[in-house]
Write a protein that binds this ligand. Sequence first.
Ligand code: NAP
Ligand code: MG
Length: 495
Amino acid sequence: MLQTIDWHARAKSVRLPNRPFIDGQYVDSVSNETFPCVYPGDGRLLTQVASCNEADVDKAVRSARNAFNAGVWSRMAPVDRRRIMLRFAELILANREELALLETLNVGKPIANAFNGDVVSAANCIAWYAEAIDKVYGEVAATAHEMTTLVVREPLGVVAAVVPWNYPMSMAAWKLGPALATGNSVVLKPAEQSPFTALKFGELAVEAGLPPGVLNVVPGLGHIAGKALGLHMDVDCVGFTGSTEVGKYFMQYSGQSNIKRIGLELGGKSPQVVLADCDDLDAAAAGVAAGIFANTGQVCNAGSRLIVDEKVRDALFEKIAAQAKSFTPGDPLDATTRMGSLVTEEQMDRVLGYIDAGRAEGATTLIGGSRVRVETGGFYIEPTIFDRVRNDMTIAREEIFGPVLAAITVNGFDEAMEVANDTIYGLAGAVWTGSVKNAHRAAKAIKAGVVWVNCFDRGSMAAPFGGFKQSGFGRDKSLHAMDKYTDLKAMWFAH
Ligand code: NAP
Ligand code: MG
């Protein structure tokens, strides 16, 4: 199906949602302001999108609060909420073609990835939390004989979900799934680069039977709409995914307003450690290449630092360079493309700036290092690998969010672990080894919320995802994510 669709033709006729979705329908913005939406695959203007301001955000929060207080969702029978969320997941899949196309137009990722990856994983996530709704129990505490003490979780009320552009649908679903399943109302603010699928989600949720107001979507700019949500006195919680810099703002917004709960999934500089005893360099090379070139390196847990033992470095580099060839940038709307564009011209320039910094600080490019496909008008960078990197160089310390691998050579297990942990981040890490002992030692030593051993970027709704250190706190995915959107209540009944 993917191969038989003329995606370029579809792109010309697809409807581009560009107005806020509040109280169950698309509405005009109060602000009347707009921002441009550009297709990064060729640089052309797609449409103008409403830029929500404080008044728009306030309207969306009021709608969410009214729905919450009315109990139309928060007090609906769990089996009924489950049915509606399952229907929402089905509708996401039923609209797979359109959602995939909207995502590719917004962010320039290959249509095959959007179609086979993003849409499906978002639907799975919503369905997973739907299934959980009537399968999670409260507790009876071991208190005195003449007491019955129930420990229950209650929804917080109005949850704001503020999400990034790299996996717009999945990141939205990771918040919507647990927040809606636990009975909250949600105001979703997509990144300015990727408003389309978020808006379409609002529409599909209502079509599935979600009562109006339970999910509102406000496209807008971070420092206006995002900030307004962060400072709003009637927002109870913010589920945020994005940069560490903006995550810090949300902590401040909370302190300046109503101590709203904040969950932060932030940036990373994840180590890919290949030890001298690695017994499958082919698998390691494939994992390292996909770990930094997939989604054009615009991945929070990208394995952006390769920490390789000197004994295997030359053999490994050769294999990674060969793997990198399959990530040659191509037309995002071509079903065979494996690597698309970067999300914006600004992001491309940022990544090129890091490549310049790498060279200036003395690292050497093993492959790549340039903008490509300039003639298309799009924003493409070829897979780039830096050798001779020291861990104190800019390209080893800062999150580049592009297809740029920094390779650091080390000697032995201890140095590898020391370098791996010498970072402000702690989102993820991986180790490639043939030794059971070193596998376990490394899994314990790496200070990160996720550690992969002899694999990379594996995930499932059944396992939590989130960071240590400045990569944030709170977890997405799994039943643990439901904790973020509920408060614990102890109820004491004297007999
Ligand atoms: P970002 O700039 O931090 O933006 C994230 C969201 O915050 C966007 O909706 C953005 O709106 C909004 N925002 C920006 N400035 C704001 C402000 N002053 N006040 C309130 N909200 C504000 O991140 P991004 O560039 O979209 O995404 C890349 C980052 O996300 C990377 O650092 C990456 O590591 C991280 N990320 C983390 C995970 C994870 O699970 N840990 C997953 C994916 C991405 P605008 O778009 O309008 O600026
Ligand atoms: Mg941004």
